[in-house]
Structure formats: C-alpha cells, structure tokens
Design a protein around this ligand. Structure first.
Ligand code: MSP
Length: 515
C-alpha cells in the first residue's frame, strides 16, 4: 500500500495582511509535501485561515466592516499569497466553514460528556493580541510600571464565567508521552522548553469566552463562544472529516508533521495532545517549530513600515529565488534576518553563478557541439565516476535530512554537488576537447547532463518552476521526474529543446555599475 504523509501549516490569523513570515512556514511545508509526493507517497497538505477571536473581531470593527465580510476578504488574500508562492496545498481550511463548526461541536460534546470540560469562572490576565492567557508569574514589568505579556502585548484582567478543559489531569501522561516519543518535538531547544513548561505544573485551561461573539458557539450554551485557540487546533481534524472517523479522509490522521512557528509550540505540543488524548484520538507524530524573521535587523511591524510582502518579492525576483532564499539563508528552526542585499547576493552567487552557470556551461555546448542531442557516455574515468556517485547519493541523503526538517542542510548538500560540477567542468574543459577528442567531450557533457538531472530532480520541491524548466531542457519527460524514475536512463540521441538561462543575474538599478 502506498505510504501516506500528512503535513500541516498553522492556520493564519486574518486580522492583517500576509507577510513573509507567513509565507515562510507555508513554503517550508510545501517543500516537504512536494518531496513526499515525488517520493511516491500519498500526501495530504493542509493550510488555511484562523478566523475567530477577539483580535479578528476588533480588526473588522476598526475597518468598519462586518466580521464575515472582513474574514472573507483577508482569507482570500492568504489563499492568493499561497498560490503566488506556489504552495501546493490539498485543502485550504477556514474556521468559519460549517464543517468546522460541526467538528468543534462534536469534539466539545465528547469531551464534555466524558468530564474533561467543566463550567467554572475565569479570572486572570488575557492578551488579546496574542489571544492568550498568562499567569501572574509570566508577566513582564516594563520601565513605566505597566505589566505586559512576555510577547510585549498589553494584558487585561478578565473575570467571567468560563468553561475549562481539565489540562491539569494530563501532566503526567504528557510527560510520559514526550519521554516515549523523543522525536515528538523539534528542534531540541523547543523540546526542552515544552518539557520545562509542563514540569512546572499545568493549570486547567479556560476555553470559552462570554465577552464577545465572534467565535464558534459552545454547544448547548450560546452565551459562550469557544476560545479561539481551542477552535483553531481542531482545524487539523476538521479537514480530515472529523467526526466521521470512518470517512474517506480519516486515513490521513494522525498528521506526520505539524509545522508551526516557535511562539506557538506550546499550543501544539501541550494543549493539542492533551485534547486529543482526552478524546481518545491518536496524537500527531511530530511538531516542529521554525524560527522568526526580522527585516533589516528589526521586528517586522506595520508601524515601522518594514513588513516584507512575499508577492512583491516574487514578482521582482521570481518565486523560486524567494523560496530558495528563505530556506537557504537560515538553518531551519533558527531565526533569520531578511534583507534585499542578502537575497540578491544568494540569488547571484548560488543560483545564477552556481547552478545557473553549471547548466549554462553544459546545455549550450550540447546544443552546439552534439547536434542538440543527448550525448552518450563513453568510457568513464575515476573523476566522472566520483562526480556521478556524489550526485546519485543526493536523494538518499536528502531524504534523511528532510525527515528531520533540516531543509538548509539539504540545500547545502545539493550545492556541494553544484560546486563539484563546476570544478569538474573547469578541469575537464570539454570546449577544448571538441577538436582533439570529441568522444571524450561527449562523455563529459553527458556526465554533466546526468548530474544536472539529479540536481534538478531533488530541487523540484524547493524551486518547482525553474527546476521544471531545467528538466525540460534536459529532455526528462514530465512523467519521469519522480525519485523512483531516476533509475530510468535517458537514451543517447534524444533531441533536446533549445537551451535558455534559468536564473538571470540580478543587478540593482541604483547600484548598477558599482559592482
Ligand atoms: N492562528 C494562529 C495559529 C493557529 S494554528 C492551529 C497564529 N496565527 S499567526 O498568523 O499569528 O501566525 C501563523 C504563523 O506565522 C506562525 O507559525 C508564526 O510563527 C508565523 N509567523 C508570523 N510572523 C512571523 C515572522 N516574522 N517570522 C516567521 N514566522 C512568523 O499564530
């Protein structure tokens, strides 16, 4: 039976426009989803928008729009951003959809009937900006004497009747689960953070609000709406048809990977597993947290005016260059800083001069000197063999790295081969062999074509469009671009399309001529 693979992004709040931070998690998830598809797996890739809560209600009010109209508009914008970044989701869930209300109600009732949810009263600190409750001891004292959430968000004292989830009952079982599943949380720093949070003791979690209306109503108690984080987490099973655990999509549960930002690890690695355990539903296999992007060294914010818009970048530099930059610039899991300079430098050095150059030094020579047909490999030398072996090993090496979400290392492994390929062509100098030893020239160019094919095949998840174009130029049929198809040797003599460059160098208009 085909192995299945389920991956999710967080669902994005629709209180503001999408920016590069949102694109980041989605692009990373897309790379992993595409990787598994090319590896022959049956993939379910879920993303979407988180449309409830006070923050969204306030944003709609501020815009003078009805909340539903507001969320329709912003959600469509997130979907458009995902499309523009070439994010190949299988489903885009919206928490305002009827299917989601149905799933929430079913899960709520189940937990309530089994005594995991009870009615009490909430008193405590709430930060609307984070949609999060904080303990007294978590608040941070500012120099002006006010106390704020650890994120810097203002907090208010809230007193209201509330339903609670009996989170305190799950502390030991959660710790036992982390212990038995050391790979459940990545990277390791986040795991430690979660462990120490849980070890400190878990308090019951307030999961309903009565002070505003924009949410999923609590079943049988319409004065309450469900706390936005409770509702949001349920999206992952709504999309798989919950409560129809006999339905066609349920086979995609449990998720193999929830990809999330570092600030929301607690919700995914503590609260969500506890809800699921209480409902007797299997737990996801892994939660991995990516880091945060700043822009030119500063936190991105509307007030500073430094919010980086991913679609504008894609329009200027090409979507693949942006995808590549985001995943190459920082180790996945760590924080990064975005700057145009850094993007342009990677685009020029690694894409144009590195991979682009390797293709540009190979394909036009095949076009000119081999009659535009894929040459045959004659006798191979030790050097040929070494380069081919390095390229052939990529799929297996990358598979291991992608399983650990080490996306930056995966790219580094590919670039080792790109650099080796460029060194090989310098050394072999096929252009000089044209007159002296055309057979050897053909072999060298064929070795390079085969290396490029390996490289382009494994890079498809990262840069789907441009690697598609490179594989076109290499004569690889669309149906033979999976990892398994790498075993199919292309026949010598195959007519190749006319070559054209895939990564033009970028020259900054203002800086043109200054190097
Ligand atoms: N709605 C919740 C998630 C619910 S999941 C059941 C939420 N939404 S969010 O829109 O605020 O954030 C969504 C994702 O975007 C998070 O993973 C977050 O880390 C990511 N990013 C938002 N800004 C970011 C940066 N500046 N840099 C990197 N990622 C950031 O939280």
């Amino acid at each position: 039976m085909t192995q299945r693979y389920t991956i999710t992004t967080p669902i994005y709040y629709v209180n503001g426009a999408p920016h590069v931070g949102h694109a980041y998690t989605s692009v990373a998830a897309d790379v992993i989803a595409r990787w598994h598809r090319l590896d022959g797996h049956d993939v379910f890739f879920l993303t979407g928008t988180d449309e409830h809560g006070q923050k969204v209600e306030q944003a709609a009010l501020a815009a003078g729009v009805d909340p539903q109209d507001f969320v329709d508009r912003v959600s469509a914008d997130f979907r458009d951003m995902a499309r523009a970044m070439n994010v190949s989701f299988d489903d885009f869930i919206r928490t305002t959809e009827p299917r989601h209300f149905r799933a929430c109600a079913a899960l709520w009732r189940r937990l309530r009937e089994d005594g995991h949810i009870y009615l009490g009263a909430y008193e405590g600190w709430y930060a609307t900006r984070d949609e999060s409750f904080y303990g007294e001891d978590e608040l941070v004292l500012r120099p002006d004497g006010t106390r704020v959430a650890p994120s810097g968000a203002p907090v208010e004292w809230v007193t209201e009747p509330s339903y609670f989830f009996r989170l305190s009952a799950w502390q030991d079982r959660l710790l036992a689960f982390y212990d038995a599943n050391p790979d459940f949380i990545g990277p390791p720093g986040r795991r430690n953070e979660v462990l120490s949070f849980v070890r400190q003791g878990l308090k019951d979690l307030s999961i309903s609000r009565t002070s505003f209306r924009w949410g999923v109503p609590v079943p049988d108690d319409p004065d309450h709406v469900i706390y936005v984080w409770w509702d949001a987490l349920v999206n992952y099973i709504t999309a798989l048809g919950y409560p129809d655990q006999d339905g066609p999509l349920w086979r995609f549960w449990p998720a193999d990977l929830h990809l999330v930002g570092k600030e929301i690890i607690r919700f995914h690695a503590v609260f969500w597993p506890a809800f699921l355990m209480a409902a007797d539903i299997e737990l996801p296999c892994r939660v991995f947290a990516n880091g945060w992007w700043t822009a030119d060294g500063e936190k991105m914010s509307k007030s500073i005016g430094n919010v980086v818009e991913p679609r504008a970048l894609a329009a200027e530099f090409g979507v693949d260059a942006v995808r590549y930059f985001l995943l190459r610039e920082v180790p996945f899991g760590g924080d990064g800083d975005f700057s145009r300079r850094a993007l342009i430098s990677r685009l020029n050095a690694e894409l144009a001069n590195g991979l682009g150059n390797l293709a540009q030094r190979t394909l036009p020579q095949i076009a000119r000197n081999c009659g535009g047909r894929l040459p045959s490999r004659g006798e191979v030398t030790t050097e040929d063999r070494a380069l081919l072996a390095q390229a052939d090993a990529l799929v297996d090496t990358l598979r291991g790295l992608i399983d650990r979400q080490a996306l930056h290392e995966a790219l580094e492994e590919v670039w080792k081969v790109v650099r080796a390929g460029n060194a090989y062509i310098d050394h072999q100098a096929p252009w000089a062999l044209r007159k002296t030893d055309p057979e050897r020239m053909a072999t060298v160019l064929r070795v390079l074509a085969d290396v490029l094919r390996q490289v382009a095949t494994v890079l498809q998840p990262f840069m789907p469009d441009s690697m598609g174009r490179l594989l076109d130029q290499l004569g690889v049929p669309a149906a033979d671009r999976t990892f398994a198809a790498l075993a199919v040797v292309l026949e010598a003599g195959l007519a190749l399309p006319a070559p054209h460059g895939i990564f033009p160098r970028h020259v900054e208009a203002a800086a043109a001529g200054t190097g």
